[in-house]
Design a binder for this molecule. Structure first.
Ligand code: SAH
Length: 254
């Protein structure tokens, strides 16, 4: 049998936010590779095997999955959210690019999922209604100076920004530094959404202004959306305000 490797995004956490295509890919595979908590999330049958690994072992995990598929295995590599957004789809491509020819003969596909920023945006209103970008604040795979440059460029270009990997124990100061940089380029009134564990039972959505945003409002399970100068709030009696970015850009504000 030809080996198959499917990279599947499992959505942000709620079972209702896994696509039927992802569920069907999971049903057809026999071997599952991924970061422990994602592999654990799968309801597997007796003949299906879990190969859980640590969060930082992406390339060796991708290589092991490709090798099994090259030997005829029916393999799924799983990620949270969308597998192509700061996740395993790119890691598998990186391994494939430099690995043995047999890995490139595998029947390879990627099944999309709902990424964290979309789940958080939907909870807050429509903050991504106009142009936006996504930035990982982790400097494990790129220098912090690049991140600083991108923050300034995105603020000056008027993009709404979604931050992934905002903080970790090894990187406690970076989110605060990022807010400090943005405060030099954007008004303090810009809304900032802290979306924690979107789609999970412990979900929490918090809306602040850039002036008041602090790094201790986020952890590794938080996706942060920083508005543009156009992003605004609609106050609602007895309910959280809606945050939205209008579809058109007002002249003269850029
Ligand atoms: N592939 C994932 C992102 C992996 S990077 C996706 O598409 O969502 C890991 C980062 O994603 C976390 O640090 C956090 O910023 C964000 N994240 C993942 N799941 C989340 C959730 N349920 N709620 C909020 N943010 C989440």
């Amino acid at each position: 049998m030809t080996g198959r490797l499917t990279v599947v995004g499992l959505g942000p956490g709620s079972p209702l936010q896994i696509s039927p295509e992802a569920l069907s890919a999971v049903e057809q595979a026999t071997d599952f590779f991924g970061y422990g908590p994602y592999v654990e999330r799968l309801a597997l049958k007796a003949h299906q095997r879990r190969h859980a690994s640590d969060n930082r072992e992406e390339i060796s995990r991708a290589a092991a999955a490709l090798e099994l598929a090259a030997r005829g295995g029916q393999v799924c590599v799983v990620s949270g959210g969308d597998a192509g957004v700061f996740a395993m789809a790119a890691a598998v491509c990186e391994a494939m690019e430099t690995g043995p020819e047999t890995w490139r003969r595998v029947d390879f596909s990627v099944v999309p999922g709902i990424t964290a920023m979309l789940a958080v945006a939907a909870k807050a209103g429509a903050p991504l209604g106009h142009d936006f970008c996504a930035i990982s604040l982790s400097d494990n795979l790129k220098p912090w100076s690049i991140i600083e440059k991108r923050l300034v460029a995105a603020a000056e270009a008027g993009f709404v920004m979604a931050f992934y990997n905002p903080v970790s124990k090894a990187r406690p100061h970076q989110l605060g530094d990022a807010f400090d940089i943005l405060r030099q380029h954007l008004p303090g009134t810009v809304p900032v959404i802290f979306g924690r564990a979107a789609g999970r039972p412990d979900e929490r959505i918090r809306i602040e202004t850039l002036a008041d945003a602090r790094s201790d409002m986020a952890d590794m399970a938080t996706c942060i959306i920083v508005g543009s100068v156009e992003t605004r709030l609609i106050a609602r009696e007895g309910k959280a305000p809606l945050v939205y970015s209008p579809r058109s850009w007002s002249a003269g504000k850029a």
